[in-house]
Write a new protein. Structure first.
Length: 256
């Protein structure tokens, strides 16, 4: 059984004391790769250190998280672009919009998102998209920027079947994580209507740990619990879910 955690922030302080053990558990659990999306300038060095420490296992992206977009977001984007010109990254992320935490810089969020979608097209790598409480607005922006070479993942999807279909129609995939295991997460109603060939698995570590670890620190080894939940909801075998979602991830990130 093969698994990939397509979205984890294991370079954060929550993993400072036991990152080696976290990686060991991940490997023992059958996770073949962990993809690390960036947050902002403050997370780059720690993220790169993990890539250096665990080469070809921890794979890194470059981008500016919407919750880090402020009045001077252009400075952050200059740094993102500078890094993109220096070396290869597997994706542009984590980018997108967020209307849950703070609406102060909504206009700037949208502008930063559009610019980074253009980075994804320019460098021909996938866009990894955050859209908390802003999924319709985010779909609209992606639709406006869509070209043949723009693809990626709407991470931490919790939307409707109709929204999922819009995402699939755009040539994007959906990231399913710990919310799928929550009693009132709603994924038990939407997942049966989805195509397993358009889904990838993620943890969003250290956030949104799946049941029975809800409320505790999440980690990549728990992606197996997500795979089991998806299998149960979609009435598929866990090995089939694991293998198909792994193939999907490798396809999106051009690592087939």
């Amino acid at each position: 059984m093969k698994l990939i955690d397509t979205h984890a922030h294991i370079y954060l302080e929550e993993f400072k004391e036991d990152i080696n053990e976290v990686i060991d558990r991940s490997k023992e659990g059958g996770i073949e790769k962990i993809y690390l999306p960036n947050i902002d300038h403050a997370s780059i060095d720690k993220m790169m250190e993990l890539e250096h420490k665990f080469p070809e296992y921890c794979e890194v992206m470059m981008g500016l998280h919407p919750c880090s977009v402020k009045q001077d977001f252009e400075k952050e984007l200059y740094l993102v672009e500078d890094w993109l010109n220096k070396r290869k990254f597997i994706g542009i992320g984590e980018i997108g919009t967020d209307l849950y935490w703070d609406k102060t810089y909504w206009k700037q969020q949208q502008e930063a998102f559009k610019i980074q979608l253009d980075f994804a097209k320019q460098y021909k790598i996938p866009a990894i998209i955050h859209c908390r409480d802003s999924i319709d607005e985010t779909i609209k922006i992606v639709t406006e920027r869509k070209t043949e070479d723009l693809t990626g993942i709407f991470h931490c999807f919790t939307g409707t079947v109709e929204q999922a279909q819009q995402i699939f129609d755009l040539g994007f995939y959906i990231g399913v994580g710990g919310v799928s295991t929550f009693k009132n997460g709603g994924m038990d109603k939407t997942l049966p209507e989805m195509d397993i060939n358009k889904i990838v698995l993620e943890t969003d570590s250290p956030y949104l740990a799946p049941v029975p670890y809800r409320g505790k620190r999440n980690e990549p080894s728990y992606v197996k619990l997500v795979a089991q939940r998806v299998a149960d909801i979609m009435k598929l075998d866990i090995t089939e879910v694991s293998n198909i979602t792994t193939i999907n991830a490798l396809k999106i990130f051009q690592q087939e």
